[in-house]
Ligand binder design. Structure first.
Ligand SMILES: Cc1cc2nc3c(=O)[nH]c(=O)nc-3n(C[C@H](O)[C@H](O)[C@H](O)COP(=O)(O)OP(=O)(O)OC[C@H]3O[C@@H](n4cnc5c(N)ncnc54)[C@H](O)[C@@H]3O)c2cc1C
Length: 414
């Protein structure tokens, strides 16, 4: 595949852009692959990419029931950070963040990684204590974060109101190499690189059943026919429970809709990401000028991918306390994605009771930031049967009580 470069743009400009190739092929499914990955979100595509790049396994199909990147990957608010409390979390999220640093070069695709800094506001004494503890833990884990005081918060975010009516800003946990990236570009970049390695990305094709013989996987049935495989990776986020049932096992996962909204574009006014977990809202400004606002999850399980009015009201009401200018913004659109929540708010990267079937799910409200690290670990797990980064995230931990509790640590995990 031709490399993207400044020279290529100049060349195409001279010939009416007629020479660009399709970024990825759309082949018919073959009868058999070594590995089938279900789900062409960022995590599924990253898994395929690192199977090829790190282990030379390229007889791979990534099967997607909709369009690639059309699940949570294309619906999130793109926050990337690695300042988690527990050691296994810091390890996988920091690996992921470091892969983001070089992703555009590695994929030869501009994913617009913007390490603009992420700030998590402390608005109660409990949050101050929690974030001081996280900052100490991060120091031990080699993750660079620090706790900053209110004047520094104001300096970084001039539009903030430090003396909120209910919750004054008492400080913040600050990670200056955290930030955002263009979510669709992450999926598109991985897809292009996978296709270039000879892998098949098959869209508009739903996996409807997992075929097993003697306790091991032999293939899948899809809406476009049967496909045989030696190994199967299930990477379907909010549909994980449904797919696990089709493979014959159960998961400790709840699926709920998580919502977000964006405002009309305005002049640049905030160049960092701010998360206000006590009032529950978070905000950043996109390159187009829209204020990107994340809200809460529905209070009941569902599989809808839509927004709802009461969430706009709750989220905006909360944010107005900390950012009064939000009251004068017009909102442009809202949407939802189906997130896969575990009890300890940590993911599952694991073998399953069916031999040859591996599962990667449970990233819940915060898996975009983990996309490359998750793909790296899942590929290693599928290729070698073991991955140090995935070691703590087995399905067994729920049976054995070895939780990796990020729910108490973070309150919210975006
Ligand atoms: C509103 C919102 C805001 C968020 N904000 C952030 C954030 O700021 N930072 C962050 O880190 N994370 C955030 N997240 C979470 C993040 O988006 C997800 O954790 C992550 O994108 C999951 O990626 P994935 O590849 O596992 O899943 P997806 O992108 O959902 O991909 C799974 C794919 O599997 C496909 N599929 C399902 N069933 C089948 C089947 N039977 N056959 C074939 N294909 C199937 C689906 O169509 C889908 O495309 C947010 C999520 C939402 C919804």
């Amino acid at each position: 595949m031709r490399r993207y470069s400044a020279f290529a743009i100049a060349r195409e400009a001279l010939r009416y852009h007629a020479g660009w190739e399709k970024a990825w092929a759309s082949p018919e499914p073959r009868r058999k692959y070594d590995v089938v990955i279900v789900g062409a979100g960022g995590h599924g595509l990253a898994t395929a990419f690192y199977l090829g790049r790190n282990f030379g396994i390229t007889n791979v199909a990534v099967i997607e029931k909709g369009w690639l990147g059309g699940g949570n990957t294309g619906r999130n608010t793109t926050i990337i950070r690695s300042n988690y409390l527990q050691d296994p979390s810091a390890a996988i999220y920091e690996k992921s963040r470091s892969l983001y640093e070089t992703m555009s070069q590695d994929l030869n695709y501009n994913v617009m990684y913007s390490p603009r800094g992420v700030m998590m506001l402390a608005q109660t004494q409990a949050e101050v204590r929690g974030y001081l503890r996280t900052a100490q833990a991060n120091t031990l884990q080699g993750v660079t974060t620090r706790f900053i005081d209110p004047p520094e918060v104001k300096k970084l975010v001039p539009i903030i109101n430090l003396d909120g009516p209910r919750y004054p800003v008492l400080g913040a946990l600050w990670q200056d190499r955290a930030g955002t990236a263009r979510h669709d570009a992450v999926a598109w970049g991985y897809a292009r690189a996978c296709s270039d390695m000879g892998m098949d990305i098959i869209q508009q094709c739903e996996v409807t059943a997992v075929r097993r013989e003697g306790g091991r996987v032999v293939g899948v049935d899809t809406s476009r026919g049967a496909i045989d495989c030696d190994k199967l990776g299930i990477v379907v986020a909010g549909n994980s429970g449904v797919m696990a049932e089709r493979a014959g096992f159960r998961l400790p996962i709840d699926s709920v809709a998580l919502q977000a909204l964006v405002s009309e574009p305005i002049k640049p006014c905030m160049d960092v990401v701010v998360m206000a977990n006590t009032v529950h809202g978070y905000m950043s400004q996109s390159d187009k000028g829209e204020m990107v606002i994340g809200g809460g999850a529905d209070g009941y399980n569902n599989y809808t991918q839509r927004g709802s009015f009461h969430h706009i009201e709750e989220t905006v009401r909360a944010l107005v306390e900390t950012f009064p200018m939000v009251s004068r913004l017009k909102m442009l659109r809202q949407w939802g994605g189906i997130v896969d929540m575990t009890g300890d708010r940590s993911p599952i990267l694991s073998k399953t009771p069916v031999e040859g079937v591996f599962i990667n799910c449970g990233w819940g409200t915060g898996g975009f930031k983990a996309t490359p690290g998750s793909g790296w670990a899942m590929a290693e797990l599928m290729a070698k049967g073991h991955s140090p980064l995935a070691e703590a995230y087995t399905l067994d931990r729920f049976r054995e009580g070895r939780f990796i509790d990020e729910s108490v640590a973070a309150g919210v995990a975006h």
